[in-house]
Design a protein. Structure first.
Length: 155
């Protein structure tokens, strides 16, 4: 059951009878979830639902930066991305500001990219860790992750 559905159920705007029917017909509804006997005040319910909708998994901002495409084409090289215990061969480039442009069209690994165990092994053997990641799209297709490296002061 996702966070939004759980939040809606916790507000009490779904009656216990309706919840029982939802549990009967939907494998998505957690059988252990209950609803309050009385709905919570409307303003609080609206606030809780709004907060759930704004959570990272529900809001996606798709960014396109044509300058990044040009910069990637000028600086593209091979590297190895270490994510957990997995080594992934990647193509990457760099921006004038020192960010790394990693060609990536798979699922989002945003949180994994800033994990201390994740790093890029550059063509010269230098290991780079990241402190921030943003995904770039061309239309609806994700094409790059632009990663800000951890600076010496951040370590």
């Amino acid at each position: 059951m996702n966070h939004l559905m759980e939040t809606v159920l916790r507000t009490g705007i779904i009656s216990p009878n309706m919840l029982a029917e939802m549990k009967r017909i939907s494998p998505v509804i957690d059988r252990e979830v209950t609803v309050p006997d009385e709905p919570i005040p409307f303003e609080l319910a609206a606030s809780m639902i709004s907060e759930a909708l704004q959570a990272e998994e529900y809001v996606e901002v798709r960014e396109t930066d044509l300058e990044i495409f040009a910069q990637y084409n000028k600086t593209e090289t091979d590297g190895l991305l270490r994510v957990g215990n997995e080594d992934i061969k990647v193509k990457y480039g760099s921006t004038c500001a020192g960010e790394f442009i990693i060609s990536w069209s798979g699922e989002s690994v945003h949180e994994l990219m800033t994990d201390p165990e994740t790093h890029l092994v550059r063509f010269n053997g230098v290991i780079v860790h990241f402190r921030d990641v943003r995904e770039l799209y061309f239309g609806k297709q994700k094409v790059f992750m632009v990663c800000t490296p951890v600076s010496r002061g951040d370590q």
